[in-house]
Design a protein around this ligand. Structure first.
Ligand SMILES: NC(=O)C1=CN([C@@H]2O[C@H](COP(=O)(O)OP(=O)(O)OC[C@H]3O[C@@H](n4cnc5c(N)ncnc54)[C@H](OP(=O)(O)O)[C@@H]3O)[C@@H](O)[C@H]2O)C=CC1
Ligand SMILES: O=C(CO)[C@H](O)[C@H](O)COP(=O)(O)O
Length: 475
């Protein structure tokens, strides 16, 4: 007999907590996990919330436990696992039922799945969920893509379980097919850039000034009370001040410096490039994780270049400069992320509301910060030339922050300390404030070797060609 309003497959870190959140909001939820013993343990530890949880041991049982039209959340690893679950579910469902992929997914997969399920008369929602374990349990940020009418069917549940900003739910519908998963992907791209920039500050203080992890952690704790207040600065402060129980060392000192990546940062960079965009701060953060992975090579490089002299007399970087540089670079990362969303919206005809993106990121998600509220307002007011860094309320901060960013990047370069995301942010800013750049020469080179043509500054005539000096010399 149908007992539950919604189903959930995958009781891992995210699914288990999301189901508890749904149950706590008084929506009965039927749960299923591939490994059945996980479901038994889960129900046994759910306490009072077990009253709103319906455990099931087969997909047939799960489907039978749901009121119609059925709505089933899948919360498993991206890729083949999602396809396997969909394959098992579809023969059991009726036309009008809905599958919701709430994991991180490549939005191209979401578009493919939506089209295939639509042919079968089934609805498919691609839903990005951010906030990690704690967010899933107490209120994540939720980014929905797919048919709007399908979203309306589950809207009450999603709004109830989501984080709230001044009472407004951090859950919204962004457009058809892959729009929600794309917004989540770019969220993660910005997350990569933000994390990398914080790590660069850590590196400058650790390797440039010999400061201890705890001392740097305290600085982040202080910054978390000012304009940089954000979840990532807060947890960085906590991570750096945590002591490993086994060794008595700061825990970061015993963590191998090889960063994992499950794919969302890379998807952001790949998609950006195919859209003719370049969110260089995000690309730099993805690169930094990839470079971190080749630890043996870096160790060999350290030995090989051990004798290399770097500037030791570089001016010390002040804490004030670091704070301002981080703030400016972070604004630039958001500017680039929003530009990418805008380009994808045009390409895929999503009509994305960028202000809504910033609004659902204000609470619950990993990149939440006090600055996002102001960013959302700036986007609502309209961004000059589509750029956040041109918005009056951010342009001034960028002007002030850019001098600090310049000093930080210059000092890092002189000291031989890598700051790829900071450097990328600065180069982007300097490019965006240069009305005449240097690609006149690139255009000249292209025409020289490939007759690709150029546009004249003086007359505006297009498809112009040399003659070039060598042509002249040989003519
Ligand atoms: N962890 C995080 O902070 C966040 C994760 N996400 C995304 O959420 C999704 C789930 O992540 P997370 O909860 O961390 O993952 P976990 O590894 O904790 O759990 C994975 C779940 O998927 C199930 N599963 C794996 N393969 C299959 C399969 N072929 N068929 C059926 N079930 C399968 C597992 O079942 P079994 O017990 O049988 O192995 C398990 O329940 C991912 O897409 C992830 O990227 C999104 C936001 C934050
Ligand atoms: O979506 C998330 C946070 O928003 C997940 O934690 C995701 O796994 C983070 O990406 P990566 O594992 O590549 O660091």
């Amino acid at each position: 007999m149908a007992q539950a309003r919604i189903g959930l497959i995958g009781l891992g870190v995210m699914g288990a907590n999301l189901a508890l959140n749904i149950a706590e909001n008084e929506f009965p939820v039927a749960v299923f996990n591939r490994t059945g013993s996980v479901t038994d343990d889960y129900i046994a530890s759910a306490g009072d919330l077990a009253r709103n949880l319906v455990p099931t041991k087969t997909l047939e049982e799960l489907v039978g436990a749901l009121t119609k039209p059925r709505a089933i959340i899948i919360m498993v690893q991206a890729g083949a696992a999602v396809d396997a679950v969909i394959k098992g579910l579809t023969p059991l469902l009726d036309k009008g039922d809905m599958i919701i992929d709430a994991g991180n997914a490549n939005f191209h997969d979401t578009r493919r799945r939506e089209a295939a399920l639509s042919d079968l008369g089934l609805n498919f929602i691609g839903m990005g969920v951010s906030g990690g374990e704690e967010g899933a349990r107490n209120g994540p940020s939720i980014m929905v893509g797919g048919d709007k009418s399908s979203f309306e069917v589950i809207r009450d549940i999603l709004e109830a379980i989501s984080a709230k900003h001044d009472g407004a739910p951090c859950a919204d519908h962004f457009g058809p097919d892959g729009a929600g998963h794309f917004v989540k992907t770019v969220h993660n791209g910005i997350e990569y850039a933000d994390m990398q920039m914080i790590a660069e500050v850590y590196g400058l203080l650790r390797d440039g000034e010999g400061r201890s992890a705890a001392n740097i952690g305290q600085l982040f704790e202080t910054w978390d009370k000012g304009p940089l207040k954000s979840y990532l600065v807060e947890i960085s402060g906590k991570v750096l001040q945590t002591v490993d129980e086994k060794s008595g060392q700061p825990i970061v000192d015993i963590i191998v410096d090889k960063a994992g990546q499950k794919g969302t940062g890379r998807w952001t960079a790949i998609e950006a490039l195919s859209l003719g965009q370049s969110p260089s701060t995000i690309e730099a953060a993805v690169a930094a994780r990839s470079w971190s992975a080749v630890k043996d090579t870096r160790i060999a490089g350290e030995a090989l270049f051990a004798g290399l002299k770097v500037e030791t007399g570089a001016a010390p970087i002040s804490e004030d400069d670091l704070e301002k540089a981080l703030l400016a670079a972070k604004i630039i990362a958001y500017d680039q992320g929003l530009n990418l969303l805008s380009a994808a919206s045009v390409e895929y005809d999503w009509d994305l509301d960028l202000a809504s993106c910033a609004e659902v990121w204000r609470e619950g998600c990993i990149i939440r910060s006090t600055m996002l509220d102001e960013m959302a307002s700036a986007v609502r007011e309209g961004l000059p030339h589509g750029n956040l860094i041109f918005a009056p309320r951010f342009a001034q901060r960028i002007v002030e922050g850019s001098s600090a960013l310049r000093r930080v990047v210059a000092s890092a370069a002189l000291q031989g300390l890598p700051v790829p995301a900071f450097a990328a942010a600065l180069a982007y800013f300097d490019t965006m404030r240069q009305g005449r750049g240097t690609t006149d020469l690139v255009q000249g080179q292209r025409d020289f070797f490939g007759a690709h043509g150029f546009v004249r500054v003086d007359t505006g005539e297009t498809d112009q060609h040399g003659p070039w000096a060598s042509d002249i010399a040989h003519s």
